[in-house]
Design a protein around this ligand. Structure first.
Ligand code: FES
Ligand code: FES
Length: 152
């Protein structure tokens, strides 16, 4: 058994210690917000936070995050998350939607670090999140809108 803290809840999971965190979240806990894309840390569909830092849950063994605070897309809250959600809705960013939880998790992490990113900083932060529907332009616009919202 591995003890985890997921979205503020402490729990124990039965998966083998080397099982990727993404499998535990989706298959054992029913938290399907983080998606499976590549399974090789290349696409960003599976981004969650460990102690506030983005990680790629498809390649992280569950034992390595024991004792850390894991946040999944289902557990997002706070001012930055609200601003990003609002901007995503305003610009109708999602197309098929599959990559969007990972895009949003990465965008929030960027804005937490840098509330007023330039276009180049946005591109740099987001360039390892793949979108097969090519929503990149709307993602960049929405991040800039979220930044404006945060300025108040
Ligand atoms: S599924 Fe984890 S990065 Fe692609
Ligand atoms: S919205 Fe379809 S993969 Fe990004």
């Amino acid at each position: 058994m591995t003890k985890l803290t997921i979205n503020g809840r402490e729990l124990e999971v039965a998966a083998d210690l080397d099982t990727p965190l993404l499998w535990v979240l989706r298959d054992e806990l029913g938290l399907t917000g983080a998606k499976y894309g590549c399974g090789q840390a290349l696409c960003g569909a599976c981004v969650v936070y460990a102690d506030g830092a983005p990680i790629r849950a498809c390649v992280i063994p569950v034992e390595s995050v024991a004792g850390q605070k894991i946040t999944t897309p289902e557990g997002l809250d706070g001012r930055v998350a609200d601003a990003v959600r609002s901007a995503w809705t305003k610009h109708d960013v999602a197309q098929c939607g599959y990559c969007q939880p990972g895009q949003i998790m990465t965008a929030i992490a960027l804005l937490n670090e840098n509330p007023a990113p330039t276009d180049a900083e946005i591109d740099d932060a987001m360039n390892a999140n793949i979108c097969r529907c090519a929503t990149y332009g709307r993602i960049r616009t929405a991040i800039k809108t979220a930044s404006e919202i945060l300025k108040g």
